[in-house]
Design a protein around this ligand. Structure first.
Ligand code: AMP
Ligand code: ZN
Length: 459
């Protein structure tokens, strides 16, 4: 039986889908104003493991990921600049161009990390009407009020506001130490914001803040998009919703409030799963801290993105993980070693009857991948796992362990000549020439990786 740690229940619970064999899963996607950093990618790898474990257990998964391309403000709450607009200024492009560019970059990162594609991608800007309808519906039901800068949700109208994060009732009271501006209560949040300072690049007419029958331009708050799109694609109640741990307090808390207020159905989502942070020097990796690394940086240092995936799999998703180059390099060596062991499995090796059961127990115990990897390593060392089973396990691990079965690349003569010259340059420690030859080889459509045993060519 699959057990998952449910943030809402604060414990591990047996997982069962609401409807038959299909799991409705919504994972909060990227804000596409910059590259995803490798901390963000940790969250998407954890969610990918969840998808793979659900499938391994025989469930069909209906997975929806959103693209936040409007409304996420720089302070994560209701103030500051829209991240998309600031990205556009930074690069001298339009917000739409920025969104398209970084959405594609994100999809490339996903492919490099072997993260499975969702069934549905949905963009916030493609669902403005759904968001306006939701805000209107909440207004009709009496949950909102207007200030000079937007339409806000009144969190005191719900008895159980803050249940996900277990927010202290004391903190919810008005008049707390924080400056709440025109808001009635500290936790009230914007559903819709008016365009105030001249024209924004992204704005839409809506009936809010205007006189009867008129419209006024504005844009949706960040939380409302996830409620609108998840309900559109997964229905008013569904199985699992995920994100990084920082979403518990505000983003997911507010998604729950507005959705349950509008539908009256509780709980909106049965299981809430949150991944812990990747940290650097004890601080979180974040774009605002300027301490972030991208997958592209790792690739320019010749590190295999799957070595980063392997590095992540060595820690449980609910534990913080400290990034260091040494740890990443040792994961790179570890993955190569793992592939070597798998390559060396003899064809007559049978899988011991306990191995599969132990592996499944580990992954079903709240996605305990470090334990599952330990089962695999022990079995490899004891010669108690067949190649077929190892490749079956890779359906969850997603490390391309089957790659070793691929045949060698066919190398044309002119590329071979360049490779030979490069070997010589490297022997002479002429790194400039070696790099120049790598670029030359690349022009012919081939890549080179430097391994202990020499140059490895990829196409
Ligand atoms: P964003 O693109 O800022 O909306 O964030 C995308 C996802 O990355 C969210 O689920 C965040 O919770 C998550 N996230 C942000 N920083 C980190 C980090 N340092 N480690 C792991 N996940 C993170
Ligand atoms: Zn979300």
């Amino acid at each position: 039986m699959l057990k998952l740690y449910n943030t809402l229940a604060r414990q591990k619970q047996d997982f069962k889908p609401l409807h038959d064999n299909t799991v409705g899963l919504y994972t909060c996607g990227p804000t596409v104003y910059n590259y995803a950093h490798i901390g963000n990618l940790r969250t998407y790898v954890f969610e990918d493991i969840l998808v793979r474990v659900l499938k391994y257990n025989g469930y069909k998964v209906n997975h929806v990921i959103n693209i936040t391309d409007v409304g996420h403000l720089t302070d994560d709450a209701d103030q500051g600049e829209d991240k998309m607009e600031s990205g556009a200024k930074r690069e001298g492009k339009t917000a739409h161009e920025i969104a398209e560019f970084y959405t594609n970059a994100f999809k490339e990162d996903m492919a490099d990390l072997n993260i499975l594609e969702p069934n549905t991608w949905c963009k916030a800007t493609d669902h403005i009407q759904e968001q306006i309808d939701l805000v209107q519906n909440l207004t009709d039901k009496g949950y909102t009020y207007e200030t000079s800068d937007g339409i806000y949700f009144d969190t005191t109208k719900l008895d159980d506001y803050g249940k996900l994060a277990n927010l202290d009732k004391q903190d919810l009271k008005a008049g707390a130490r924080v400056d709440i501006g025109e808001k009635k209560n500290p936790h009230d949040f914007a559903l819709w914001k008016f365009s105030l300072d001249g024209r924004r690049q992204m704005e839409w007419p809506a009936p809010f803040g205007a006189s009867q029958g008129q419209t006024r331009t504005g844009f949706p708050g960040w939380h409302i998009e996830c409620s609108a799109m998840s309900m559109k694609y997964l229905g008013e109640q569904f199985d699992i919703h995920c994100g990084g741990i920082d979403h518990v307090q505000v983003h997911h808390t507010n998604e729950i409030a507005q959705t349950e207020a509008v539908t009256g159905k509780k709980p909106w989502v049965n299981f809430w799963l949150h991944g812990e942070f990747l940290v650097v020097d004890n601080g979180k990796m974040a774009k605002s801290e300027n301490n972030f690394l991208t997958l592209k940086t790792l690739k320019t240092k010749n590190l295999d993105p799957l070595a980063y995936r392997y590095f992540l799999l060595q820690a449980h998703y609910r534990k913080q993980l400290a990034f260091s180059w040494e740890a990443l390099e040792s994961a790179d060596a570890g993955l190569k070693n793992l592939k070597k062991h798998i390559k060396n499995i003899e064809s007559n090796t049978q899988t011991d009857e306990h191995v599969e059961a132990e592996f499944l127990d580990a992954v079903n115990d709240d996605l305990n991948i470090p334990e599952a990897l330990a089962v695999l390593w022990t079995a490899l060392k004891n010669k108690s796992i067949s190649l077929k089973t190892a490749i079956e396990f890779d359906k969850i691990l997603g490390l391309n362990l089957h790659d070793i079965e691929k045949k060698e690349v066919d190398i044309p003569v002119e590329v071979q000549e360049l490779l030979d010259k490069r070997t010589k340059a490297r022997e002479e420690k002429d790194w400039v020439e070696s790099d120049r030859l790598r670029d030359e080889i690349k022009k012919h459509g081939f890549g080179v990786e430097d391994m202990d045993e020499g140059q490895k060519v990829t196409k």
